[in-house]
Design a protein around this ligand. Structure first.
Ligand code: NDP
Ligand SMILES: O=C(O)C1=N[C@H](C(=O)O)C[C@H](O)C1
Length: 293
């Protein structure tokens, strides 16, 4: 029979009050947004990875999870309480994995720099100014940042580079994404990254050519534009399609996530990649060795 959340919490608290000592070979990881959708996926993935140990858990002060064992939702006692205090949450960690919100991520990164903790950033919706600040922080610390950590999406980005070069003229480019009703940013970080990759491949500037909305008498489509459409509904995990619409034919390149496991596994690959890095800003092309492929 399934245990109630309150029972799980008590089991967890009774079981351990400290994380077990880390083996020298284990990556000691703190998770921000520990009670979020990705926070839970990450804590579960860390629990099942022999080379990783949960060493800290953060959430915002208003979160009902504060003070609970971070793995209570799994019926497991990790010995790591969820904390709103950055120093407490990061004290034992070598790396922070952060899938939260832009303001939270920026505050976490500043604490990481101060405490000598590396960072894997999955948060989307960051402004250009925030991205510039992250590049600046990466002069002092090692960071992997990517709007999508799944292997499949990053391979899709490589396919898009090739397709865009071959279809640069005569094909209208539209990026369509669909996500769950709880998503707060649009277009998705992945859709924007797809747009950037395509624009770079065909010598356009996404800032100049992106069209994010159409309504009313729009006039004919400008062939130099890249269009975006965002659908929000239900529990859609994350679908992305790039449509190259020509005359007499259409090419569609689609990636669909059916659960969030691939994001969490990608984040753990990023943690392993960072093990020998002291500074620098990297993305999943670096982690997956796709940069020059
Ligand atoms: N790069 C990738 O591969 C992926 C990226 N994402 C991105 O990750 C982010 C999180 O997604 P998801 O897990 O679905 O979102 P959730 O809303 O489920 O989780 C976000 C977590 O962060 C907490 N939080 C909210 N605001 C702040 C803040 N200001 N400071 C610190 N923590 C905060 C939330 O607390 P509370 O619930 O109490 O508000 C919650 O625990 C999004 O930007 C999403 O686009 C998602 C999947 C894959
Ligand atoms: O919020 C999500 O869920 C997701 N966000 C990321 C994005 O904005 O691209 C990655 C994935 O699509 C899921």
């Amino acid at each position: 029979m399934a245990k109630s959340p309150e029972t799980l919490k008590k089991v967890a608290v009774a079981g351990a009050t400290q994380p077990p000592p880390a083996a020298a070979s284990q990556h000691r990881i703190a998770v921000a947004g520990a009670s979020g959708r990705m926070g839970h996926m990450l804590i579960e993935a860390i629990r099942h990875a022999d080379d990783c140990l949960l060493a800290g858990a953060l959430d915002i002060a208003s979160s009902p999870s504060i003070g609970n064992d971070a793995a209570a939702f799994l019926g497991h006692a990790s010995g790591v309480p969820v904390s709103a205090d950055l120093r407490t949450g990061l004290a034992r960690a070598q790396v922070l994995i952060d899938f939260t919100r832009p303001d939270g991520t920026m505050a976490h990164l500043k604490a990481c720099r101060e405490l000598g903790v590396k960072a894997v950033i999955g948060t989307t919706g960051l402004s250009d100014a925030q991205k510039a600040q992250i590049a600046d922080l990466a002069r002092d610390m090692a960071i992997v940042m990517a709007p999508n950590m799944s292997v499949g999406v990053n391979v899709t980005l490589k396919l898009l580079e090739m397709a865009a070069q071959a279809l640069a003229t005569g094909y209208d480019i539209e990026i369509i994404e669909a996500h769950h009703r709880h998503k707060v940013d649009a277009p998705s970080g992945t859709a924007l990254k797809m747009g950037e990759v395509i624009a770079a491949a065909i010598g356009r500037d996404l800032k100049q050519c992106a069209v994010y909305a159409r309504e009313g008498i729009t006039g004919e489509r400008d062939p130099s534009t890249i269009g975006f459409s965002a659908i929000r509904g239900g529990d859609i995990v994350g679908d992305h399609t790039v449509l190259f619409a020509g005359t007499g034919e259409r090419i569609e390149i689609t990636h669909k996530s059916s659960n969030r496991t691939s994001y969490a596994q990608g984040a753990l690959r990023a943690v392993r990649f960072l093990a020998d890095k002291k500074t620098g800003l990297y993305d999943m092309f670096d982690v997956l060795n796709l940069r020059n492929s």
